[in-house]
Ligand binder design. Structure first.
Ligand code: SDX
Length: 373
């Protein structure tokens, strides 16, 4: 019985949703290369592709985008909950809490026919930016900026967050970031969503489970730690940065934003996000890429590992003025499409997910009454 810690190298299922070739830095959604999608497809078009398995026609995309826009507003009761939250310390904890309430309000919670699943999917994708923006408005003691149906998914989020419509560059930057985060085969949070679906639990439960799993610093929580690292190192010369890295490595700590279980070359999404972050740096007069490139060179020289998607995403969000404890929620805003697509896939051809373990404890022990212990 050989054990694969972290299920490293284990093939758990078949899927036609996305493909990674970790040795050749390839990622495809439904067979379309991520670089082609990054250059041509909007988040709405990418969401349609993942959910339906094909690129939409102009009319299909228009209808899909309008349906999403129609479903952005939150029910009054949920807005009431947001105003009465006892605390708002961790925005991702609030997000998963509101997902639970949305599920509790769904009269067809356990219905998993394809029409019902698509309805829940649209609702969850459409409402995620609103949940995130609304409690940011509330924690900043600002009035709610309600959704604007005429704006794209990305532009509408920035409108609700800041109370002003983004310029075209900012809209395109967030849109591209959402495309790049939308799906990534069987990462930990997607697997968590599939495990929930495999017990025929509801879609909201799967999203709550996935959001909680993404929260970890080894997964989606990395980008928040990356920006803290960049802030600490910005302006330092290569020598000081190298000292900082050496100190971390000596303590066997991980350098956040680097390494990947599958990519043993540069994560193709990091390549796209570096280009985007550099463009935004120049526009906004920041220097995140300068310190990032120094870090990348040193970490590669010492550990032969590359930046992952979270590394440059942090610089994109910093340039877009996203509050730092909301970086994980930007990841959720994109990846919720992949989580839902995988849950639909799991429901369609289900087998409950239940692996084995190798027991290494004592066996057949005699029970000792408490007064004899
Ligand atoms: C995401 O799975 C996905 O697809 C995830 C994701 C997605 O889109 O869903 O791509 C998103 O989660 C990206 C990863 C974000 N996390 C981080 O940036 C945190 C830092 N990274 C590491 O913790 C690590 O690289 C993981 C968790 C990403 C991967 O872990 P693995 O595959 O289990 O690799 P490992 O921890 O066994 O490390 C292998 C070797 C070790 O060397 P030794 O101890 O054996 O000598 O590489 C070293 C590690 O020390 N290493 C690192 C490192 N990552 C790996 N050393 C320093 N810093 C790092 N970041």
């Amino acid at each position: 019985m050989s054990i694969h810690y972290g299920l490293k190298g284990i093939v758990a299922l078949e899927s036609n949703i996305s493909r990674i070739d970790g040795g050749r830095s390839i990622l495809e959604y439904r067979g379309y290369n991520i670089h082609n999608l990054a250059a041509n497809a909007s988040f709405e078009e990418t969401a349609y592709l993942l959910l339906k398995g094909k690129l939409p026609t102009t009319l299909e995309l228009k209808k899909f985008s309008e349906t999403l826009a129609e479903r952005r507003e939150l029910p009054g009761k949920i807005i009431g909950v947001l105003y009465n939250l006892p605390t708002i310390n961790y925005p991702t904890v609030i997000l998963r809490t509101i997902y639970s309430y949305l599920g509790d309000m769904d009269e067809k919670l356990f219905q998993i026919n394809s029409e019902e699943l698509m309805r829940k999917a649209i609702d969850l994708i459409a409402k995620t930016p609103t949940i995130i923006a609304y409690y940011q408005n509330i924690r900043e003691n600002k009035p709610l900026t309600h959704p604007n149906k005429t704006l794209s998914h990305a532009a509408n989020f920035l409108w609700m967050l800041n109370g002003i419509e983004p310029d075209r560059v900012e809209e395109k930057a967030l849109d591209l970031d959402l495309v790049l985060h939308a799906e990534h085969t069987l990462n930990a949070s997607t697997f968590a969503a599939r495990i929930a679906a495999s017990t025929l639990s509801d879609m909201y439960a799967g999203i709550v489970s996935a959001t909680g799993t993404l929260f970890g610093p080894l997964h989606g929580g990395a980008s928040h730690n990356v920006i803290k690292m960049l802030r600490e190192l910005e302006g330092k010369d290569a020598k000081d940065i190298e000292k900082w890295i050496d100190n971390k490595l000596q303590k066997r700590e991980r350098v956040m934003g680097f390494g990947h279980r599958v990519y043993k070359t540069l994560d193709p999404r990091a390549k796209e996000l570096r280009k985007l972050a550099k463009k935004l740096d120049n526009l906004k007069g920041n220097a995140w890429i300068a310190v990032s490139d120094k870090l990348t060179e040193i970490v590669y020289r010492k550990k032969r590992i590359y930046p992952n998607v979270d590394f440059y995403a942090a610089s994109v969000y910093a340039n877009l003025g996203i509050p730092e404890d909301q970086y994980i929620n930007m990841f959720v805003m994109g990846r919720i499409v992949g989580w839902i697509t995988h849950m639909m896939d799991q429901y369609q051809n289900n087998k409950i997910i239940r692996p084995l373990q190798k027991y290494i404890g004592k066996e057949e022990r005699a029970y000792i009454q408490i007064d004899k212990r």
